[in-house]
Design a protein around this ligand. Sequence first.
Ligand code: UDP
Ligand code: LCN
Length: 806
Amino acid sequence: MSELLQAVLDSEERSDLRSFLSELRQQEKKYLLRNDILNVYSEYCSKSQKPEAYYTTSELGKLIYYTQEIIQEDSNFCFIIRSKIASQEVYWLTSDLSIEPMTVQDLLDLRDRLVNKFHPNDGDLLELDFGPFYDYTPIIRDPKNIGKGVQFLNRYLSSKIFQDSKQLLENLLNFLRLHHYNGVQLLVNDRIQSQQQLSEQVKKAIGFVNNRPDDEPYEQFRFQLQSMGFEPGWGNTAARVRETLNILDELIDSADPQTLEAFISRVPMIFRIVLVSAHGWFGQEGVLGRPDTGGQVVYVLDQAKSLEKQLQEDVLLAGLEKLNVEPKVIILTRLIPNSDGTLCNQRLEKVHGTENAWILRVPLRDFNPNMTQNWISRFEFWPYLETFAIDSERELRAEFQGTPDLIVGNYTDGNLIAFLLARRLKVTQCNVAHALEKSKYLFSNLYWQELEEKYHFSLQFTADLIAMNAANFVVSSTYQEIVGTPDSVGQYESYKCFTMPELYHVTNGIELFSPKFNVVPPGVNENNYFPYTRTKDRVESDRQRLAETLFTLEDPTQIFGKLDDPNKRPLFSMARLDHIKNLTGLAECYGQSKELQEHCNLILVAGKLRVEESGDNEERDEIIKLYNIIDEYNLHGKIRWLGVRLSKTDSGEIYRVIADRQGIFVQPALFEAFGLTILESMVSGLPTFATQFGGPLEIIQDKVNGFLINPTNLDETATKIVDFITKCEQNPNYWNEISQRGIDRVYSTYTWKIHTSKLLSLARIYGFWNFTSKENREDLLRYLEALFYLIYKPRAQQLLEQHKYR
Ligand code: UDP
Ligand code: LCN
C-alpha cells in the first residue's frame, strides 16, 4: 500500500480525502493530469477554508503533490502516484475509501475504456514487455545514478575482473586482438597467446620503454615492441607508450573503475563514424529556422566537427599517424532534389572547417515525385526509412571503403535508420532523441487514432520503442530527459507504460535503470558564439549591419514593425515558429504588461512573415496568432518581427548586438527538450530568462546565472523581467554580473570538447562491454525486428499508399 495514501487514511484527514473525492466527482473531466489535479485541490482547499500551510504540509497535500494522474470511472478513482523518480504505484479508490492496488494491465484497460476503445469480446491486445530482455544486464539501483551508465558499467566490469580475473583478462586480450586499420593489426599480435603472456610481456615492455627518453618517437622502437608482441596503438612517444602500458599493468594487477576507463578510453578502435540525421533540411547555410529544422542540425554539425578533431588527436596520441589513419565522419541525411536554394540537393558536401567530415545525402526511392522530390515533414517521413537504410548501407560502404565503427542516430527516424544499419553492419548503435514527441503532445498515445492523420504517432512511438531498446547506449542531454523531475515524468519514462488503444499495450517499454542511459549535454560552437566583450573577434561592419537589421531597417518583405524608440532595451527571442516554442505567448506576456512595454522593445527572429510562404501547418497558425496579438494589444511601434534566415556568423553576432545594448534573451517554450539558444545567448553574455519546463531547468541555476520562468504564467513572467530591469537600473553592475555568470556556466559545463571526449569514451566502453558480456542481445533484436516487420512496416506501407495521391 502506498505510504502516502496510508498516511492520509491513518490521520484525521481521512474525511478530507472523502470530500476531495467528492470535489473530483463534480469535475467535468474524468481524466485529470497533474496540473488539473493541483487546480482542483487548490479549489478544494479554498472552498473548505483550509489554512495556507495545509496546502503543502498536510498528508493530503503530500499525496496530491506526488499524484500524476487521477482517472474517474463511475464514482471510483484510479490514482497514479509517483512518489519516487522513475517508479509509479497505481491504486483503485472506491467511495467508501477502500483501496486496492492495480496492475499495469488493469490500468491500461481502464485507460482504453475511457476512450471507448475497449471491446472485451475481441479478446486481449498485443502486450509489449521489454523487461525480460534486461534480465541479462546489470541494473542501477539508485535513481540518482540513472544517466551515469558508464560509471556504473566501469564499476561493474572492474569488480568482475577482480572476482574472475582470468576470464575477463582473457576477454580483454581477445578484445585487444580485434583491432585493425585497413588490414594492419593494432595493439597485440600472435606472439601473445594468453592472458598470462600478456601480463608478462606488458612488464617486459615497460622495462624496455623505461630506458628510453620520454620524447623518443614510437617509430624508432616500433620493431622492438613488435617482437615482444605489441603492434601500433600504444602511444606516439616513449612516454605515452609507457603510460598506456602502465595503465594496463595496473588493470591486470588490481582493477578499479578509473583504471579500466582510462585504459579502454585509449584503445584505438573508432576511426569512422556515421551520424544519421535523416529528415528535412540538413545543410550548413540557409536552413535554420525552417519547420523541423533547428537545434538538431546545429548539434549534429558541431558534433561532427568536434568528433573529427578529437579522433585526429586520439590517432596522433596513439602513434598511428604513420599508418595514414584518417578519421572520417559522415553525416547521413536525405537528398532533396527541389532544394529551395539550399545545397540539400548535393550528394556530398564537406563540413566547413574539417578535413574529412562530410554530409552524404542519399535520395529517397522515387515513389511519387511530388513527395520524394520535395521536403517531407518529419511526421510523414516513415514510409521511406527502410529503403533509405538499405540504399545508405551501400553508399556508406563505398564512402568508407569498409564499415563504420559507430553509428549515432538522431531523432526517431534517424534512430530507426541507425538500428537498421547497425544490425546490417554489426556496429555499435547510439541513440540521441533530441526530443521525444510522445510527451510533447498531451494524450498523444491515448488518442492516437484521432491524431493519426496529422501526426502518425503509431509509427513514431513504435519506431521509438524499437530504436531505444536496440541501442547499445543512449546519449541524453539532461537527466530529466530520461526520468524527469520529482514532479514531472521524463521523456523516456513516458515510454515505460502506455496504451495505444486497439493497437497494443506497453507494460514495460524501456528499462530506465539500465546503464545504457548516459547524460552527455551538447556544447556551443565557440567560433560563432562568444562573449560580446571580445571585440577584437567581432567584425565591426557586421555589427553595424545587424544592428540596423534588428532595430531600424525597413524591409517589409522580411521585417515587420517600426520602433518608436529603437534605443529602448531589447527583449529578444529567436526560435522556429512552432506552437511549442510559444513566441506568441511571449508576445502576449509583453502585450499585457505596460511596464515591460515602457522599458523594452520586443525583438523576435522567427519563421516567416506571411502565411502563404509557409508550407507548415503549425507555422501558419502561429503567424496568424502573432499578428492578432500585435493588433489586440496594439504593439505597433514596440515590436519588430524578423522573418529572416540568418547565416551562421550572423546568428552569433545577433546575440552580441543585443548584448551591446544590455538586452535580455527570453526563451518562453511550453516545453524545451534542451534548448541550444539558451547556451548561445548565455555564452554571448545575455542575461537569459528561460522556461522551467525541460532542459533549461538543468542549464540555468535560477537567479545565479540566469532566470527560470513559467511561460504559462504571463503575469509572473513579466514581473520577473521587470524586477530584473529595475534592479539593473538601481545597480548598473547587476546586468554585468548575471551576464558574466552565464558565460562562466557555459564554458565550465557545456563545451563540445567535453561532449565528444565523453561520447567516444562511451563508445569504447560499450564496445568492450558488448564484446565481453555474456548478454545475449540476439533475442532482443529478433523481438524488435518482429515489431518492425509486423507492426511498423505494414502501417508505413499504408501511409505510402496515401502518399501516392498527393
Ligand atoms: N535558429 C536560427 N534561426 C532561427 C531559429 C533558430 O539560426 O530563426 C537556430 C538557433 O540559433 C539554434 C537552433 O536554431 O542554434 C535552435 O535550437 P534549439 O535547441 O534552441 O531549438 P530547436 O529548434 O532544436 O527546437
Ligand atoms: C531538439 C530540441 O527540441 C531542442 O530542445 C534541443 O536543444 C535540440 O533538439 C538539440 O538537441
